[in-house]
Design a protein around this ligand. Structure first.
Ligand code: WTA
Length: 651
């Protein structure tokens, strides 16, 4: 075991500051200006985007819960697909826009900017031909194939609002997301392919559409060529749809505040929220953070391993890199197939310069030892990144030392679906790194800490509390689709005048930020966000389950594991089969990402006399921390705690 000093500093690697887009002096000066003269700062920065009608207004924001609105560059007009494609044609039409690496290592494909233009225009025209109009919501349920990016950009081109649903979600979860935004169109594939296994996407859509009701058309990409059920009146073959279409499609001029996409994410209560991002501010944020955080230079090969079903895939596979004319690598497979060296093999094969992945993947690969990494040269790498959950110093150091050979800075980027892009992050030529710290705020970002009573803690010196952001930034979400009140309640009510992140954080004496994890009932399992309430409602929808409570517990690879306390109907005792049955049930209800890790059967759950489940106690027991259960005297029946402790599950 190596020793980790939490304040150990890894300086910017030698020579880096001299060549980086931003150095320390420039960061300080730009950061200060972004707070002191925000209008001037953003007026200049927003010019990185091509506007069809230039904006004259900068921001019009109120976080007052009685008049909550967020508008940036509101009188400007633009089109996101033009920014990601058309504007690069003059200079780099024949350069690779999307470098696709298939699940099978023999399968790959380079799509140039010109080819991307034609593919997107054909699909955009195809969508119009089946009746998709500006403002319509289009659900995208796809594997990681170029058509997923074409679909997003084709929607953007005609002003349709895409809602990408991760291919690992179940038919039920998909149905909920289709009906919440009243989406009448779905784009999918016959099957997905990951780690040599197929995923029945079209069959899942068929089931979802049955319960979601009002879907008019389902467009199907033939990925594996599998035989799938076909409804002649509803299903449309992708290849046939685009075949006869014109390879040009006039882009729809969109107002800066017109919606670009909806992306569902889990919160602490109720069903997933449709996070809505608009066009202008989001594009500015995506492009700007991609350029500065990854110190991106034209010609570089950039690889973000996320899935387009998550926000990281939206901002850092599609919109950010393409807005900057980058070559973005899109990977269909998994890190461990056909072997545990797949990532490193792909890095050498495509000469990847920037590699951006999640702590859970780093931890899983670290377990395989150094040999699979060292088998490949990784000579092309110049920057590493991580996102999705706090990275433990062990994993950070392995990533830095073994993968990056101490020459690549690591950008530990803290952000959320809601924030659109990175908010707290190192910049490669600026920030000395500390393993596990997301370090410092990006331009225009003013983080702050709140105590339990809603008091803002001093902005200098060491402090710990709930993380809020004190002012708007262009990439911020604008509302919860169809439920503006929920937007206000979730983010702007706990601390009036601030955006509440749901995370806890610590700031050290050097002014570095350390994210300590969620302070609400949201779990972060392998970097995937899941609400405990969602899993609980899946559990209690099973006929045999009377009651359930779900909490997280520390898990070596996943970061957090899913711990379920379950009471069966009629006080029935659990059999071995019950565990398998319940796991399968949750997979079917939500999807494999939500599969419970540990299930403990409990005759009763700890409740207050008013019937509220005391989750704090359940969390402590799941964490194997019995010393600190706190006050149990308010429990209706204190003896249930004894039983829970006695039967605590370890595997
Ligand atoms: C967590 C993913 C620590 C955090 C982009 C946040 C992180 C949630 C980091 C958002 C990081 C993300 N360090 N924690 N670098 N990045 N998180 O919406 O708890 O899927 O609130 O967005 O992930 O997850 P989401």
């Amino acid at each position: 075991m190596s020793h980790h000093d939490p304040n150990e500093i890894y300086p910017v690697p030698e020579g880096r500051a001299e060549t980086a887009l931003i150095n320390a002096e420039r960061y300080t000066q730009m950061y200060r200006r972004s707070l002191e003269d925000p209008d001037g700062f953003w007026r200049e920065e927003a010019r990185r985007i091509d506007w069809m009608t230039p904006f004259t207004e900068i921001s019009d924001v109120s976080w007052d819960k009685d008049d909550l609105h967020i508008r940036w560059f509101a009188d400007g007009k633009l089109n996101a697909s033009v920014n990601c494609i058309d504007r690069h044609l003059a200079e780099r039409a024949d350069e690779t826009a999307i470098l696709w690496e298939g699940d099978d290592p023999a399968d790959d494909k380079a799509i140039t900017y010109r080819q991307l233009y034609e593919a997107v225009c054909r699909l955009a025209n195809g969508l119009k031909s089946i009746g998709v109009q500006k403002g319509d919501r289009v659900t995208i349920y796809m594997p990681m194939i170029p058509e997923a990016a074409y679909a997003m950009l084709a929607c953007a081109r005609i002003g349709a609002v895409h809602s990408v649903v991760f291919g690992g979600f179940s038919p039920d979860a998909l149905a909920g997301r289709i009906s919440d935004c009243e989406s009448r169109f779905v784009i999918t594939a016959d099957e997905g392919l990951r780690g040599g296994k197929t995923i029945p996407l079209k069959a899942n859509v068929d089931k979802a559409v049955e319960s979601a009701g009002d879907v008019d058309q389902v467009i199907v990409v033939r990925r594996t060529g599998a035989d799938v059920a076909w409804d002649e009146t509803r299903d449309v073959d992708y290849a046939t749809l685009v075949a006869g279409q014109d390879a040009n499609c006039d882009p729809e001029p969109m107002n800066a505040e017109d919606p670009l996409f909806i992306l569902y994410t889990s919160g602490s209560t109720g069903k997933p929220k449709g996070v809505l991002h608009t066009t202008g501010g989001y594009m500015v944020w995506a492009s700007m953070t991609h350029e500065y955080v990854f110190d991106y230079r034209p010609g570089e090969i950039y690889w973000c391993t996320a899935d387009v079903g998550w926000v990281t895939g939206h901002t850092y596979i599609v919109y950010g890199p393409l807005a900057n004319g980058a070559t973005t690598l899109m990977f269909e497979g998994v890190p461990t197939w056909p072997g545990p060296d797949r990532f490193w093999q792909v890095i050498d094969k495509h000469k990847v310069n920037t590699f951006y992945t999640a702590p859970t993947a780093i931890r899983a690969l670290m377990r395989e030892g150094d040999e699979p990494v060292k088998k490949h040269s990784r000579a092309s790498l110049r920057l590493l990144g991580t996102v999705g959950e706090p990275i433990n110093p062990e994993a950070w150091c392995w990533y830095y030392r073994v993968v990056g050979e101490e020459r690549c800075p690591i950008v530990d980027t803290w952000w959320q679906t809601e924030t659109g892009g990175a908010l707290i992050t190192p910049l490669p030529g600026v920030t000395d790194m500390k393993p596990g710290s997301a370090t410092r705020p990006f331009f225009g970002v003013e983080p702050a800490l709140m105590d339990a009573d809603g008091k803002r803690l001093a902005d200098n010196g060491a402090a710990e509390g709930n993380l809020v952001i004190a002012r708007s930034w262009p990439g911020q979400m604008r509302t919860v689709y169809g439920d503006h009140q929920r937007f206000i309640d979730t983010y702007f009510t706990a601390y009036p005048g601030y955006y509440f992140t749901g995370d806890g954080a610590r700031r050290d004496t050097d002014g570095y930020w350390w994210i300590t994890g969620r302070v609400d009932d949201v779990l972060n399992v392998s970097g995937h966000r899941l609400g405990t309430a969602e899993i609980e409602s899946a559990l209690v929808s099973h006929d045999d389950i009377a009651e359930a409570a779900v909490v997280g517990y520390p898990h070596d690879v996943k970061g957090q594991g899913i711990y379920c306390y379950v009471t069966l109907m009629g006080g029935r005792k659990a059999e071995d089969e019950d565990i398998a049955e319940i796991k399968a049930w949750v997979r079917q209800e939500i999807g494999p990402v939500a599969t419970p890790d540990l299930i403990q059967f409990a005759p009763g759950l700890p409740k207050t006399r008013s019937g509220k489940i005391m989750r704090r106690i359940l969390r402590k027991i799941a964490e194997n921390d019995f010393s600190n259960l706190g006050d149990t005297s308010t429990l209706a029946d204190p003896s249930v705690v004894e039983d829970l402790i006695e039967n605590r599950k370890n595997r």
